[in-house]
Structures are given as structure tokens and as C-alpha cells.
Write a protein that binds this ligand. Structure first.
Ligand SMILES: [Fe+2]
Length: 393
């Protein structure tokens, strides 16, 4: 029997080569003043920002540009929101990677309010956000976090008292997501690898989450099939293989939808805690932990006699069978093939270990204390968590 579930809506999606060029014309009747949120130099250097601004002008849309150069902090959001008030934008358009999309989403949600974002962050704020937001359009230029389809913006404060917390409301799901794989052709190799591994982790973790439902399952499997084939191609030939870029962009979009509806597992639990204490890119944390966390989950599920765990182990087998090379293998061999493939990818694409960012064995305890794993397919104790972390320090 199918268990009770609910499903949050999607943004309106425009997917495909050349869709970004059509955006300004699409907005011509709905938008008069657009605040464009974008990253550092790459959008400017490629000429894409200039073209987009020209297209907006041609559609009689006044615009102002603000830049986001790192994962957004409460201070960054507050400053941009305060500076942007006088412009009185009626729409926010974010064009960039996951941090830029999260920043744009937060700015759109904070412009209608008067006080600091810090009051509304999940787990630390003292107020509930009323859900008022400007229309928000997400245009990803990397394939990673899936922020173009989620209802939360991740806000980061790095340091001793650091955190990664979400500004979350059903109303924050972008109104429009424009997924144009052409925008991803210039994404560098290391970023493509880290973001791609984040996408793979999000798809796998939401598929084997204890909160998964039949719709998130169908979507996650369809995307995993594409990304398993296209991930290494996108990293190695990303500047000219539009098919691989399109598959990864599809995977990232779907991972946003599935994570918003099914939740995530231990890797993202760690991403939240480690990412608050240390300045480590989200995709690097996820990529780094994906192989050993998957291996640990599979081992624990295999040892359990619980029927729910058997079902979740079968779901892992189903994912492993998406690799064509597993057709002639036994279930156990297929699972091992998938684990080995994950390990091989992080070696092949030089995903750094955590000591590269200053994490030491002394930090393990405080990291574990702040790591949440409520949707992981199997309970893990502090020794399991320590084992996973030690493997990547
Ligand atoms: Fe992620």
C-alpha cells in the first residue's frame, strides 16, 4: 500500500538550449523593474550579462545588478536588501550557481519585510516568515544544489559559532526556473565535478530517504539514470558536450524537487554541520562523503533484519543496477560496483579531503553533535558517524 504523502508544487520550468535568451521577452508583460542577482566575473566576461541586460531593456524592463561572491551570509543579504529598497523591484532574477540562487531567493523573500533575515532562519530565528515574497526567477549556471526547484535558501555564517540554516517557506519555490544547458558549458572542471556529486548525492539520498514517496522515487530514478552516464562526460568534456550538460542540468533540477519532498540523508547532515564550521564548498563535502556514507548505509542495511531496511536495501540495489556494467553481476556485486564507482570518481576528479580546509580529528565531536540524520535510511550511531568522517579527514 502507498503511504500518506504530500507533494510541493514545481516552478514553471523552461528547459533547453536557448531558453535563457527568451526570458526577457517572456517577462515583458509581467515585470517592470528587475533586480538581477549574479555571481562574480564569469557571467560578465562571457558577455551573457550584457546580452541579458540589453534584452531586458528591449522589453522595457528597468534593471539593477547586484553581485554575490560567496555563500550568502545574513549580513550580505541584509545589506543587499537595504540597498535595494529604493529601487523598488517587482521581480528578482538570480543567474548563477547555488549560492547565487539561494541569495536571490532570500532577497526576494526579505524585500517585503523590514527586519534582518536572522530573525527568520530555521532553528535560530525568533519569528516565522509570513511567506510574503517578490516573484522570483532562478536561472542556474551550474548543475548542483537544485535550488531552482526548492523552497529554502541556505544562509551560511562560517566560524566557531558558525551555521548553515535555511530560510524556508512553501511560497519561496521559484515562480520560474530557466534551465539552459548552454549556460553551463563554461563551468570549470572542478566545479562541475563537485556540483555533479552534490546532485548525485541529493538524488540518491532522497530516493532512499525514509520520507520518499512514489512521485519522488520515479523522478529520482529517471534522473539518476541520466547522471550516472553523463557525470564523467560533463566533467571531462563539459565545454563542448551539450548532451552531458543537459543531463546534469536535468538531474540537478530533479534533485531539487525530490529533496524538497523526500528530504536527505547523512551526507547532507554533515554538509550542514561541517559547512557551518569550515569554509568548504557544499559540493566538496557531499562528493567527499558520498562513497563512504553509501558504503556504511549499505553495510548497516544488509545487517538488519527489519523489513523496512530490507526494502531500503533493495532500493540501493535498484540504483546500482542503473550502471549498465552491473547487468551480469549478483546483487551484492552490483552494490559493490556502485560503491567502487563512487570512490573512483572522487579520486579521478581530485575531490579534496577535509584536512585541506583545516578540519582535524579534534573537530569530530562538535561536528557529530550538530549533524542531523533523521531521514537517513538507517539509524547511525556516533561511532558510525566518526568512522565516516575519519575516512575523509
Ligand atoms: Fe546538496
Amino acid at each position: 500500500m502507498i503511504d500518506t504523502f504530500s507533494f510541493t508544487p514545481f516552478p514553471q520550468i523552461f528547459f533547453g538550449e536557448g531558453e535563457f535568451k527568451k526570458l526577457a521577452a517572456r517577462l515583458s508583460k509581467k515585470c517592470r523593474k528587475a533586480l538581477i542577482v549574479c555571481g562574480g566575473k564569469s557571467l560578465q566576461e562571457s558577455g551573457l550579462l550584457t546580452s541579458f541586460k540589453n534584452e531586458l531593456s528591449n522589453s522595457q524592463i528597468e534593471h539593477r545588478v547586484v553581485n554575490i561572491n560567496s555563500e550568502p551570509s545574513p549580513e550580505t543579504i541584509d545589506k543587499i536588501v537595504n540597498d535595494a529598497r529604493t529601487f523598488a523591484a517587482d521581480t528578482v532574477i538570480a543567474v548563477g550557481g547555488g549560492s547565487v540562487l539561494d541569495a536571490g531567493k532570500a532577497i526576494a523573500a526579505m524585500l517585503p519585510l523590514k527586519d534582518s533575515i536572522i530573525h527568520y532562519l530555521e532553528g535560530i530565528g525568533d519569528k516565522n516568515h509570513p511567506g510574503s515574497t517578490l516573484p522570483f526567477i532562478a536561472v542556474p549556471t551550474t548543475s548542483g544544489t537544485g535550488s531552482e526547484a526548492t523552497k529554502n535558501a541556505v544562509i551560511t555564517l562560517v566560524g566557531e559559532e558558525g551555521f548553515k540554516k535555511s530560510l524556508r517557506h512553501d511560497n519561496f519555490i521559484p515562480n520560474i526556473a530557466v534551465i539552459d544547458p548552454q549556460l553551463m558549458l563554461t563551468c570549470p572542471e572542478d566545479l562541475t565535478a563537485a556540483c555533479g556529486l552534490d546532485t548525485i548525492t541529493q538524488l540518491l539520498e532522497s530516493y532512499v530517504s525514509i520520507k520518499a514517496n512514489p512521485i519522488s522515487d520515479a523522478l529520482a530514478l529517471s534522473a539518476l539514470q541520466k547522471v550516472f552516464t553523463s557525470f564523467p562526460v560533463a566533467v571531462n568534456h563539459g565545454n563542448n558536450d551539450l548532451n552531458a550538460r543537459a543531463d546534469m542540468a536535468y538531474g540537478a533540477l530533479i534533485s531539487g524537487i525530490t529533496l524538497a519532498n523526500a528530504g536527505l540523508g547523512v551526507v547532507h547532515g554533515f554538509a550542514s554541520s561541517i559547512g557551518g564550521f569550515f569554509d568548504i564548498p557544499h559540493g566538496v563535502v557531499c562528493g567527499s562523503l558520498l562513497p563512504i556514507a553509501t558504503e556504511t548505509n549499505i553495510k548497516k542495511l544488509s545487517e538488519s533484519s527489519d523489513q523496512k531496511h530490507k526494502t531500503l536495501l533493495e532500493k540501493h540495489i535498484k540504483v546500482a543496477r542503473l550502471f549498465p556494467a552491473t547487468t551480469t553481476l549478483s546483487d551484492v556485486q552490483a552494490l559493490q560496483f556502485m560503491i567502487d564507482q563512487f570512490h573512483q570518481w572522487i579520486e579521478m576528479f581530485s575531490i579534496p579531503r577535509f584536512n585541506h580546509y583545516g578540519v582535524t580529528e579534534k573537530d569530530i565531536e562538535r561536528i557529530i553533535k550538530t549533524t542531523g540524520i533523521k531521514n537517513n535510511p538507517v539509524p547511525l550511531n556516533s561511532d558510525d558517524l566518526k568512522f565516516i568522517l575519519l575516512n575523509r579527514i
